[in-house]
Write a protein that binds this ligand. Sequence first.
Ligand code: ADP
Length: 380
Amino acid sequence: MSSLRVGVIGGGQLARMMTPPAINLGISLNVLAEAEGSSAALATSQVGDYNKLDVVAEFAKTVDVITFDHEHVPLSVLEALEANGVSVQPPSKALAFAQNKLKMRERLGALGLPMPDWAEIHDADSLDSFIEAHGGVAILKTPIGGYDGKGVRVVSSASDAADWLSPEGLAKVGGHLLAEEKVNFTRELAQLSARTPNGDFRAWPLVQTTQQNGVCAEVLAPAPDASEETLERAAEIARGVADGLGVTGVLAVEMFETADGRLLINELAMRPHNSGHFSIEGSVTSQFEQHLRAVLDLPLGSTQATDAHAVMVNLLGVDDSNDFLPHYEAAMSAHPEAKIHTYGKGARAGRKMGHVTVVAGNAEWALAEARATAKILRGE
Ligand code: ADP
């Protein structure tokens, strides 16, 4: 091979963070961004609408493989590319399950993988019976288009979701909703892994995630006090998903852990994921490098931890104008061990605008340092 060229659809922070390993490996990275000035504009990028086949087909001509920063490219566009011999990783048949939570639940069920009880909902009666059968409460989700907790609602009666159940509401999400049992979880976990088209597979250590207002706030790697058995089971579940759905590239499996130690699959992401940002410093191979290797069908790198613990704290936008850069001097001088990442995105309250990682031998210390650094960067 004289050159390796990866095309990423989507110009967000995930595409941006693929840039350093691409540079290190001499991979040319080309990004199809949705707008000028996107987070990934540091890479060679062009602006275009990923919903349009002609735009994406032109873009595909400039690279050896197409991959993604998000899951929103229409399947019809990807199927047309594949029919023309373009390498799309993960392939459309796998992405279909990441784009539609109902399809995902059906497939995971067929594979016998553990998850919350669920049902397809198409009217108020079916929702009310599901709620009644599950202790008077359920989690209702729009099967397509949700992210960061948008498209997820706790309901105790169909009247709590009258808008989603209206003909217009249903039409927006493909005609059906997904109801799930409300899991009484003790914590949320994520299992990150990568798989090549060849079937090679590697998993990172299981991590614990905490959400604030539906958005990931902190990640602890490895998940504190997880038993050997839990770690193994989580990696087996990820392997079952990756093989069973034909996923290539990085896969994040978000899970709930219950009081009796069960792991239930919540969500899947078929791309680098917020729960894996710790791996930039906390692992021999970061999720961004691994994703590039995987989609190019190169051998996967070691997922060995670089130290006993890694803690990642997200930098969420404070308001519509805040900027972390004016606080760099204070944060860097007080916390030289903290690794600061900002994504060059416009400020918006609650928006993922950067993160801080601390890798250390002591978990409590790492968490305190990462939190303290983030606090200074937020101007508190
Ligand atoms: P999104 O795709 O928007 O991230 P998720 O399906 O991950 O949505 O749900 C967002 C959050 O809602 C989860 O992180 C979890 O805290 C809560 N949640 C989702 N499904 C359930 C469930 N079945 N039981 C209990 N809590 C849930």
